[in-house]
Design a protein around this ligand. Structure first.
Ligand code: ADP
Ligand code: ASP
Ligand code: MG
Length: 432
C-alpha cells in the first residue's frame, strides 16, 4: 500500500527526533509499503521566522505576539494589507519546511535508505489566492509517483506551493496537514497518517483537560467543526480535502505505535453519542455598536465594509429594537480587532448616541456532535452546567451539530471542563 505520513513540528523538533522519524519511515517501508513523507518546520521555527520579519518592520511586540500565536491572523495587523510584505514573508517562512525536509532526507540516507527531499514547486503544488493563506488547486504527482515506485522515499516540504505567477506561497498556520492530505488525494494513496505529539483526536485538548478521552473514530463533519472552533490538531482545510476526495486520515502519535483516531464518513451509530468533542477558542474579540438606527441598510453597511477587507465575522447578535434604536454585537478574530475598528471608523456611523465598545477578553467554547441532530435539550444542559459554575454567557450561536457560547476569557478553561464533565466525555468513548 501507499501511505502519506505527515510529521508535525514537535516530531522533527531536534536531530534526535528527526533520526527517530527516519527510522520509523524506513521500518514502514521495510514492511512492504511505499512511503511519501510530508514534514512541518522544526517546532518554533515558523514563529521565529515570522517574528524576525515583524521585528524588521519594527512592529510592536504586543501586536506581533497576537499575530504569531493565532491561526487566522499571523500577519501583524499593520502589515495585513501589504501584498509585497506577504509575498516576502511567505518566501521566508516556507524555508522552515525546506530545512526539515532536507534534514530528514539526509537522516534516512544515513540509515541506509533512499530518500530525496522536494519543496513546493518541485512537487508541482499549484496554489491560488493570497500569498499567506493560499489554496491548493492542483498537484502534479507524476514525479513523486515515479520516485516512489523506484523505492525512494520522497520527503516533501509541507505548508507551501507556487502560484501561477511563480510566487512561493504558504497555506496558513498548520498548513502541512493540508499538504499531506492533498498529496494523498493526488497520489490516490491508501492512507494519510498525521503523526503528532498526541495519541489522536481527543474529546477536548488533553493539555487542558487531562481526563479527555481519545476518540477512535470521528466524522468529517464533527472534525470540521472542532477544527474551525479552535482545536489545533488538524487544519480545517485538510479535513475538507479528506472529505471531498475520500482520503482515509489517521491521526496518531509519532512516539508510539498505538492506533490513533480515524476521520471517517458519518455512520448512523454515531448519533447515539450526544456530544463528541468540546473546543476552546481564546482568539476572538467582541465588538458592540450601540444605538444603531433600526432602519434597513445600517447593519448591511457594517458587514459589507468588513467583508470587503476580508475580515471574517463569526457570531452576530442584534438586540430587539427600542425607540427605533438597536445594539449589534459580533465577534471577529482577535488579531483582526484593530483592522475592524479602523474599518468601522471610516463608516458614517454618526447618529448621536452611537458608541463602539470592544472586548478582547472573551473566549468561545463549543460543544460538537452529530447526535445533536436527533436529541433535544443539549443547549439547555450546557447552559445549566455553566450556570452551576457561576459563568455568565455573553453570546450564543448554534448550528445543526454544535452549540457555541462566548464567556469572559478568564473562565474559558473552567467552562471547557464544566461542559466536558456535563456531557460525560471523560467516560464515554466512541468505539472503532
Ligand atoms: P503538529 O505540530 O504535529 O502539527 P499541533 O500542535 O498542530 O501538532 O496539534 C497538536 C496539538 O493539538 C496537541 O498537542 C493538543 O494540545 C492540541 N489539541 C487541541 N485540541 C485537541 C483535541 N481535541 N485532540 C487532540 N489534540 C488537541
Ligand atoms: N510550520 C507551519 C506552521 O507552524 C505549518 C505547519 O506546521 O503545519 O504553521
Ligand atoms: Mg499542526
Amino acid at each position: 500500500m501507499l501511505v502519506v505520513q505527515k510529521y508535525g513540528g514537535s516530531s522533527v523538533a531536534t536531530l534526535e527526533r528527526i533520526r527517530a522519524v527516519a527510522q520509523r519511515v524506513l521500518e514502514r517501508q521495510r514492511s512492504g509499503d511505499q512511503v511519501v513523507v510530508v514534514v512541518s518546520a522544526m517546532s518554533g521555527e515558523t514563529n521565529r521566522l515570522i517574528e524576525v520579519a515583524n521585528q524588521l518592520h519594527r512592529l510592536g511586540r504586543e501586536q506581533q505576539a497576537s499575530a504569531v500565536a493565532r491561526g487566522t491572523g499571523w500577519i501583524a495587523p499593520a502589515k495585513r494589507d501589504d501584498p509585497e510584505f506577504e509575498r516576502e514573508l511567505s518566501q521566508l517562512v516556507s524555508t522552515g519546511e525546506v530545512q526539515s525536509a532536507a534534514l530528514l532526507a539526509m537522516a534516512i540516507q544515513d540509515l541506509g535508505g533512499r530518500a530525496v527531499s522536494a519543496v513546493g514547486h518541485q512537487l508541482g503544488v499549484v496554489t491560488s489566492g493570497s500569498f499567506v493563506n493560499a489554496r491548493i488547486v492542483h498537484i502534479d504527482a507524476a514525479r513523486i509517483r515515479q520516485a516512489v515506485s523506484e523505492g525512494t522515499v520522497v520527503v516533501c516540504a509541507g505548508f507551501q506551493g507556487l502560484d501561477q505567477q511563480g510566487n512561493v506561497t504558504t497555506l496558513g498556520r498548520g498548513g502541512s496537514d493540508t499538504s499531506a492530505v492533498a498529496l494523498a488525494a493526488a497520489l490516490a494513496a491508501d492512507e494519510c497518517e498525521i503523526l503528532t505529539d498526541v495519541d489522536g483526536v481527543y474529546t477536548t485538548d488533553p493539555r487542558i483537560v487531562p481526563s479527555a478521552r481519545k476518540l477512535e473514530r470521528i466524522s468529517h463533519e464533527e472534525m470540521l467543526e472542532l477544527a474551525s472552533l479552535g482545536s489545533k490538531v488538524l487544519q480545517i482545510r485538510s479535513v475538507e480535502f479528506a472529505k471531498k476526495f475520500a482520503v482515509p486520515v489517521h491521526v496518531r502519535s509519532s512516539l508510539n505505535d498505538q492506533p490513533g483516531t480515524r476521520i471517517v464518513p458519518e455512520t448512523p451509530d454515531m448519533e447515539a453519542v450526544l456530544v463528541s468533542g468540546v473546543a476552546l477558542d481564546r482568539d476572538e474579540a467582541k465588538v458592540t455598536i450601540t444605538n444603531c438606527p433600526d432602519v434597513p441598510g445600517t447593519i448591511a453597511a457594517v458587514f459589507i465594509a468588513l467583508g470587503e477587507r476580508g475580515i471574517v465575522v463569526d457570531m452576530i447578535i442584534q438586540n430587539a429594537s427600542r425607540e427605533g434604536r438597536t445594539d449589534v454585537t459580533f465577534t471577529v478574530p482577535e488579531a483582526e480587532l484593530s483592522r475592524t475598528l479602523e474599518t468601522l471608523g471610516k463608516l458614517p456611523l454618526t447618529h448621536p448616541g452611537i458608541e463602539l465598545l470592544t472586548d478582547a477578553q472573551v473566549a468561545k467554547i463549543s460543544i460538537v456532535g452529530v447526535g445533536m441532530r436527533t436529541h433535544a435539550g443539549v443547549a439547555a444542559k450546557a447552559f445549566k452546567a455553566l450556570a452551576d459554575e457561576g459563568i455568565n454567557i455573553q453570546m450564543v450561536s448554534t448550528s445543526e451539530i454544535k452549540v457555541s457560547v462566548v464567556v469572559e476569557e478568564k473562565y474559558g478553561e473552567l467552562a471547557l471542563r464544566a461542559l466536558h464533565a456535563a456531557f460525560d466525555l471523560d467516560r464515554i468513548t466512541r468505539e472503532g
